[in-house]
Design a protein around this ligand. Structure first.
Ligand code: FAD
Length: 413
């Protein structure tokens, strides 16, 4: 590692970060080597229909399970539900280390939106064995069904309904779009309108095992191929899917708050992710600029290039320092999944996402530029991260949504 690690991780993380290094060496690196032709060429990464190739899925699932068994995968969740109980600030260091390994299979070491999310914190005891435990152990994957074909940024536009029948059972109908892991998820967690007109209390989360309804009341549809070709984003419909009260996460009417707890996690998680991938790009760009000889001189000997790298460093360090500061402030009153939150905290969570999205996008753009033609190669790590950086500005609440919320908490609009 380089001087870019400053400020260093707190001592209580030394053992965990060491274990993650060992896990990466034992579980990730060999699988990346075995799958190198698929990981380095989009044509092998996807199957003939454009879906993530089954061999990559299998490797990801094996890594998730190994990370679950090693107590790494769900480090962010409370110990009471089998997680590692780490603070948000500690998670910045953990996520940074995992993402700094690169853009291969390494992200599978930690739960992301298709895994053990904070929605599990709101599950009841009777949902532990069926849903929570296998997700925390990395044995299952999940999907988060919120966005719809005609509604994304505004909660009050959602129309997927869960209606209570006279016999007390719920019937779900609706259409969700742009859903990560729509096709492979073992567990579906879907936001529905149960009580229209009740403001924030209008929404309720339901969960079910997809295997029990797939091809019947739960049907996946089109693959939405994203700009970097992830092969896992798509749509599904619910067609008279019948569930009982025990499928509700939290209580009826809690959906808005649970969604925000979940989305706030997505936003806070940008800190470590962008610090890790930003460091990866910065290190590769320094390496390239010092080793590439143009006109008899290393590229980096041009002040114009050196300054661009200095700007990358300023973006990286500034966003990382902000993330550590905000995460520490969010930990202080705790717990980080609390919702609703005081407006100052909401503002800072949005600031963290906005600052990281924008800084990381600039870093990735400059990395591509300094790599010249090599940066344009479709399957290069630099290019993949540039496309990912562009994407990050939309999900989890777009940059416009972050700005609007920051403005609202400042008393504007
Ligand atoms: C790769 C990927 C994965 C995703 N995964 C999931 C998932 O797993 N689950 C899920 O539920 N969703 C998921 N999404 C959907 C994502 O959350 C939405 O795309 C996002 O919330 C924006 O909604 P929209 O696409 O409907 O845009 P729209 O709401 O149509 O907005 C379009 C644009 O207008 C801007 N805009 C909207 N309102 C305003 C306003 N009042 N003022 C200024 N600007 C505004 C938006 O910021 C955006 O730039 C994913 C999206 C992508 C790209």
């Amino acid at each position: 590692m380089t001087a870019l690690e400053d400020p260093a991780a707190p001592p209580q993380l030394t053992s965990l970060l060491g274990r993650i290094d060992d896990l990466h060496a034992a579980e990730v690196a060999p699988r990346e080597a075995a799958l190198a032709p698929r990981l380095s060429d989009q044509r092998g990464y996807l199957d003939d229909d454009g879906f993530l190739h089954p061999e990559i899925w299998q490797a990801r699932r094996e890594i998730m399970r190994a990370a679950g068994a090693a107590g790494v995968y769900a480090s962010h969740l409370p110990e009471a539900i089998g997680g590692g109980g780490l603070s948000r600030r500690d998670m910045v260091f953990v996520e940074e280390q995992v993402y700094a390994y690169g853009v291969g299979l390494n992200p599978a070491l930690l739960a992301w939106s298709e895994g053990a999310t904070p929605r599990l914190i709101f599950c009841h005891d009777h949902q532990r064995e069926r849903f929570v435990d296998p997700l925390v152990r990395g044995e299952y994957t999940s999907l988060h069904g919120v966005t719809e074909p005609h509604a994304g940024s505004n909660f009050y536009d959602f129309t997927t309904r869960a209606e209570r029948r006279p016999d007390g059972r719920w019937v779900l109908n609706g259409h969700k779009a742009f859903i990560t892991n729509a096709f492979e998820a073992d567990v579906a967690q879907v936001l529905c309108v149960t009580d229209p007109g009740e403001g924030k209390r209008s929404f309720t989360y339901f969960q079910f095992l997809t295997a029990e309804h797939r091809g019947k009341a739960f049907r996946t549809g089109r693959l939405f191929q994203t700009m970097w070709g992830d092969g896992i984003t798509g749509e599904f419909v619910l067609d008279d899917l019948v569930l009982d009260d025990d499928a509700i996460i939290g209580e009826r009417g809690d959906g808005f708050d649970i969604a925000l707890a979940s989305i706030n996690w997505t936003r806070l998680r940008r800190g470590g992710m962008c610090a890790g991938w930003g460091r990866f790009l910065l290190e590769r760009t320094i390496e390239r600029a010092t080793s590439r000889i143009v006109g008899g001189q290393p590229l980096a000997s041009n002040q114009g290039i050196a300054w661009k790298i200095a700007d990358m460093y300023a973006d990286w360090y500034g966003a990382r320092a902000l993330s550590l500061q905000v995460a520490g402030e969010i930990d202080e009153p705790g717990p980080w999944w609390r919702s609703p939150r005081p407006r100052e905290e909401v503002r800072k969570i949005c600031l963290l996402k906005l600052a990281n999205d924008e800084a990381f996008h600039r870093i990735a753009d400059t990395a591509v530029q300094i790599h010249g033609g090599a940066g344009m190669l479709r399957d290069s790590d630099i290019n993949k991260l540039f496309l990912i950086a562009r994407n990050l500005k939309v999900p989890g609440g777009s940059d416009e949504v972050q700005r609007s919320t920051i403005a609202q908490t400042l008393g504007l609009g």
